[in-house]
Write a new protein. Structure first.
Ligand SMILES: C[S@@+](CC[C@H](N)C(=O)[O-])C[C@H]1O[C@@H](n2cnc3c(N)ncnc32)[C@H](O)[C@@H]1O
Length: 250
């Protein structure tokens, strides 16, 4: 089984190894975050099996996915397990790898560009910056309860860039956690939605406005980025320029 990172959406961000493996596949098991443009790179004739969750539907479950991967591999098929971003970043790739190992199925992992990196590149947002951002933290906060359970105390340092996956619905709890840790409410913040896809959207503002920024993008998938470096991003600079021009015109 090839456990393959599909990247954040744009097929041009697939690795060459991912392309080779897709071009050789007999069957591709893919998640909801995998875009049609990426799936198009699979071998014509390869079976494509959706194993993700569609909105409002429960999905087939991790146990069943594991079982199907083993079954296909034991049938001698070249199996690609295609996951959005990188398989080992909040993608349960580790669990699948361990299950396959225990079943005696050889696994090769092909890394992908994770959402934080793809979205940051698109937004011209350097996640680290000399003397300004010396630490990068990736965390997930799917529900407000998850955010409440996080130990935010280490993230008060103004030199830390924080990227939150699955954080659209818990933006208020993320804001509260970071403010309680000592981050300034005026810290630049961004919500980067549907990054590298044709309908991608970036909204920028301040940490204390995070829930409103999250509400502005509407549809996910989206990441929240909090840190001084957000002020260096293309959307932030564009907003500053627009404000300056408006002031001059007034
Ligand atoms: C289950 S996690 C999977 C992450 C994935 N393994 C990765 O490395 O990017 C899903 C979350 O990833 C983020 N995400 C994935 N693709 C994205 C994209 N194109 N734009 C913005 N966020 C994205 C969102 O926070 C989304 O809720």
């Amino acid at each position: 089984v090839f456990l393959v990172g599909a990247g954040p959406g744009d097929p041009d961000l697939l690795t060459l190894r991912a392309l080779h493996v897709l071009a050789d596949a007999d069957v591709v098991f893919y998640d909801e975050l995998v875009t049609p443009g990426v799936l198009d790179r699979a071998r014509r004739g390869a079976e494509q099996v959706f194993v993700g969750k569609r909105r409002g539907e429960p999905g087939i479950g991790q146990d069943e996915i594991n079982r199907r991967l083993v079954e296909a591999a034991r049938a001698g098929r070249r199996v690609v397990r295609l996951k959005g971003g990188d398989p080992f970043i909040f993608g349960r790739g580790g669990e699948e790898l361990e299950y396959l190992r225990q079943a005696g199925v050889p696994v090769v992992t092909v890394p992908g560009i994770t959402a934080a990196l793809g979205c940051a590149a698109e937004a011209g947002l350097p996640l680290t910056f000399r003397n300004e951002a010396s630490r990068l933290t990736l965390l997930t906060a799917h529900r407000a309860e998850d955010a409440a359970a996080i130990d935010w105390s280490g993230l008060g340092d103004p030199q830390t860039t924080v990227v939150v996956y699955m954080g659209l619905a818990s933006a208020a709890a993320v804001r509260d956690g970071l403010l309680a840790a000592g981050r300034d409410g005026a810290t630049p913040a961004a919500v980067l939605a549907r990054g590298t896809r044709p309908d991608s959207q970036a909204v920028v503002g301040r940490l204390d406005q995070l829930p409103a920024l999250a509400a502005d993008v509407g549809e996910g998938p989206a990441i929240l980025v909090i840190g001084e470096v957000v002020a260096r991003s293309t959307p932030w600079q564009a907003a500053e320029l627009a404000a300056l021009l408006a002031r001059e015109a007034a």
